[in-house]
Write a protein that binds this ligand. Structure first.
Ligand SMILES: C[S@@+](CC[C@H](N)C(=O)[O-])C[C@H]1O[C@@H](n2cnc3c(N)ncnc32)[C@H](O)[C@@H]1O
Length: 200
């Protein structure tokens, strides 16, 4: 087996084992933990919207951070099958058709919008980046629509030529915009998180 594959497997095994031990359904939870440690986007009592929430690791961690006074609403194409605390709710659906569902079910605006969405990858980096860009654009659109003024946003995107346009748009909508590559994200992966703080 090539050295790079061995290294990637060791990296995956480390975070997968850690997630299993700590009862999270996916190792992606450590990316949100790093984001939260650095930027403190989520506060006790917050209302959170989690786009692309399955299998549910971010839902669980966000719910720990809000406590029972807050709530977390997730949406994903796939059903969330793990058991979640009573202040968490997951809807199965496509975010491109979620405006109506969100407007109907939500009578408040969110303090934080998170998106860890990723497209089904094809292996073609141009197609995958374009699809990721499309998801990030829609996440930002929903944040503009459903995030309270002063609210925070964190969004995964695969870096590509259009990436600068996206950060430019986040910078336009939020007081502060940062990009962040968590240590728990594989170095070889083109994913990065764009953080918008204090929606204008
Ligand atoms: C990396 S996973 C998210 C992991 C999640 N943050 C967790 O911690 O469990 C990416 C998710 O994005 C979802 N997704 C991709 N396109 C979507 C869309 N159009 N609408 C809703 N969810 C989508 C996928 O179904 C997938 O479950």
């Amino acid at each position: 087996m090539p050295h790079s594959t061995l290294k990637k497997n060791r990296w995956q095994d480390h975070y997968t084992r850690k997630a299993q031990k700590e009862h999270y359904p996916a190792r992606s939870v450590y990316k949100l933990k790093e984001i939260q440690r650095k930027y403190r986007l989520i506060r006790q009592g917050d209302h959170i919207l989690d786009l692309g929430c399955a299998p549910g690791a971010w839902l669980l961690y966000a719910a720990e951070q809000t406590g029972e006074q807050g709530c977390v609403l997730g949406i994903d194409l796939k059903a969330v099958t793990i058991s979640v605390p009573s202040h968490v709710r997951a809807i199965t659906g496509d975010i491109f058709n979620s405006e109506e569902a969100l407007s109907a079910t939500v009578d408040y605006q969110f303090n934080v919008v998170l998106s860890d969405m990723a497209p089904a990858t094809t292996g073609n980096k141009h197609i995958d980046a374009a699809r990721s860009q499309n998801l990030a654009d829609e996440a930002l659109n929903l944040a503009q629509r459903f995030l309270k003024p002063g609210g925070n946003f964190a969004c995964k995107i695969f870096q590509s030529g259009d990436f600068q346009n996206f950060t430019g748009e986040v910078r336009r909508c939020f007081k502060t915009c940062k990009t962040f590559k968590p240590q728990s994200s594989r170095k070889a992966s083109r994913e990065i998180y764009v953080i918008g703080m204090k929606k204008l």
